[in-house]
Design a protein around this ligand. Structure first.
Ligand SMILES: [Zn+2]
Length: 240
């Protein structure tokens, strides 16, 4: 069993605003729509991290070609633009939230254009539609730069805050900036996470360390044919 995980940030109607520092984080709705349609055509079915963890434990089955779609940071556009497209294609996704910034903006990115983040009402509506939520820590700080007590607070307090908000357990983490090391991974496990994601051009297998699940970065230049060949090539050659 090979599991691709795709990493998105913002699905937005407009091309990146002129001042955007990270234009590669924007994917147009038409592109996303076409990607969802193509994934289904190629036989992929979206699953949650909960499904993957259950499968690894021997407690559940998976479709023949599972795939996980993830959204970092929890921009409001995830609700306004991505969510209707996900529903139209019968797909699900996992959204990583910064727990101190629910309903605020991407304050961690002081030099970047400030965009609204999901609020409690939008999160509740998506949750009711079976969108899975995970933690992207409390304040989106690089965990590798923190002394352990502060890293523990970022990990544990965000999990507790999100569980209170969602009324459900939170077991998946997205390391801010993808920064992690063995100490951070140990703290993540000790503070209650069963899975965590990084950016790496690999597919995952049941043997992959669940605290180091690889994700493929999706950007405005990802063409359907190259996505298709990437998935085929990685399935045979590059998985962990
Ligand atoms: Zn982020």
């Amino acid at each position: 069993m090979r599991l691709p995980i795709l990493m998105y940030h913002k699905i937005d109607r407009l091309p990146p605003p002129p001042g955007a520092r990270h234009p590669r984080n924007y994917v147009l709705p038409e592109q996303f729509d076409a990607q969802l349609a193509a994934l289904r055509r190629w036989g992929y079915q979206t699953i949650s991290f909960g499904d993957w963890l259950a499968y690894r434990r021997g407690a559940g089955t998976l479709p023949r070609r599972p795939i996980i779609l993830t959204f970092d940071d929890g921009y409001r556009s995830t609700y306004e633009i991505a969510w209707p497209l996900l529903q139209r294609h019968g797909s699900t996704a996992t959204v990583f939230l910064v727990s101190d910034l629910i309903g605020k903006t991407n304050a961690w990115d002081a030099d970047e254009i400030q965009e609204p983040l999901l609020g409690p009402g939008e999160i509740a509506a998506m949750r009711a539609g079976h969108i899975e939520f995970g933690s992207h820590t409390k304040t989106h700080v690089a965990l590798t730069t923190l002394p352990p007590p502060r890293a523990i607070a970022e990990l544990r307090d965000s999990r507790i805050a999100l569980e209170r908000l969602l009324g459900d357990t939170v077991r998946v983490l997205c390391y801010p900036y993808g920064k992690h090391n063995s100490a951070v991974r140990i703290l993540a496990r000790e503070t209650g996470y069963e899975a965590a994601v990084i950016a790496r051009r690999r597919l995952n297998s049941p043997a992959t360390d669940p605290l180091r699940l690889a994700r493929l970065r999706m950007d405005p230049n990802t063409r359907l044919e190259s996505l298709r060949w990437t998935l085929i090539q990685l399935r045979w050659l590059f998985w962990t």
